[in-house]
Write a protein that binds this ligand. Structure first.
Ligand code: PAF
Length: 296
């Protein structure tokens, strides 16, 4: 219900409507579809930054109406991971989504998403194998489960995800195709800080000193991508990235790998579009990044 004060605000400053149940979400989306409007979904876990807002702006270009979900999904976190301390700020997120042109916020509770007795899992292979799939083995099953639910709940025509989570994007494309979910999955290039650091909600875990060192990951990947495109041997180049980010202050390195850009199969030579992907720890933050590598 719009209050009198809200009714006086211009459209761009209206508070963002929020729904928390599947019924309320479907009522709104069905009404839009009945009116002939297309609908885009931008799934998020909140703690929104400019990277998320770029997804919303892209969604606005692709569809008439944009729904964004904010849900910190417990099934994609292992018990030792940061589910409890993951940053949450629904009021702040709502204001940012409204300013980016989102039309509806879907913010279900954990209990609504996974009611008592919930007993279903989804297992994904193919692009989910290796990389983050090795170091966070529960992650892609949890992502597949929640994103499948979001697709079935919101029934969007198109959904937009960031290439920063490149493996996640490939996994979502794979299971949407495999399960015949009628949604177009769009990827958007990574949005970066001025010094190249990929925007991420987890950058909030970096101290000032760590934040200053963190962009070296992107610089090392970009230099490696040029060397690989120029025909340099992959094993040598990947080893140089590891040495360089270790020297910059990264601790444990989960992986630095060259993969096929579409299938994510491991590759040793760049004969078709490839992707260079890395995950490494800077203090308490696990940073991931990736860059395209195109054949010369
Ligand atoms: O990328 C994220 O923020 C999450 O993995 C997603 C896609 C919203 C699923 O919880």
């Amino acid at each position: 219900m719009t209050s009198l004060a809200a009714a006086r605000l211009p459209e761009s400053e209206q508070p963002l409507p929020v729904v928390r149940s599947v019924d309320d979400l479907r009522t709104q989306v069905s009404a839009w579809h009945r009116d002939g409007k297309t609908v885009a979904l931008v799934p998020t876990m909140g703690a929104l930054h400019d990277g998320h807002l770029a997804l919303v702006r892209r969604a606005r270009e692709l569809a008439d109406r944009v729904v964004s979900s904010v849900f910190v999904n417990p099934t994609q976190f292992a018990p030792h991971e940061d589910f409890d301390r993951y940053p949450r700020d629904e009021a702040g997120d709502s204001g940012k989504l409204a300013s980016a042109g989102c039309h509806l916020l879907y913010a279900p509770t954990v209990r609504a998403m996974y009611p008592e007795g919930f007993a279903t899992t989804i297992s994904v292979g193919g692009p989910a194998e290796g990389l983050c799939g090795t170091f966070r083995p529960q992650m892609f099953g949890g992502v597949a489960l929640v994103v499948t639910k979001l697709f079935l709940q919101a029934q969007p025509d198109v959904a937009v995800f960031g290439e920063k989570d490149y493996q996640q994007l490939m996994v979502i494309r794979r299971f949407a195709r495999d399960l015949d979910i009628p949604v177009r999955v769009e990827g958007l290039p990574t949005v970066r800080e001025a010094d190249g650091l990929a925007m991420s909600s987890r950058n909030a875990y970096l101290s000032a000193d760590e934040r200053a060192r963190a962009p070296e990951l992107n610089r090392a990947l970009l230099d490696a991508a040029s060397a690989l495109a120029g025909g340099a041997e992959a094993a040598t180049v990947l080893e140089a990235v590891r040495a360089r980010i270790t020297a910059a202050g990264f601790g444990s390195i989960d992986y630095v790998e060259l993969r096929d850009a579409d299938t994510l199969a491991p590759v040793t030579r760049v004969e078709r579009p490839a992707r260079l992907l890395a995950a490494a720890w800077m203090g308490k933050a696990r940073l991931i990044d990736n860059v395209p590598v195109l054949p010369a």
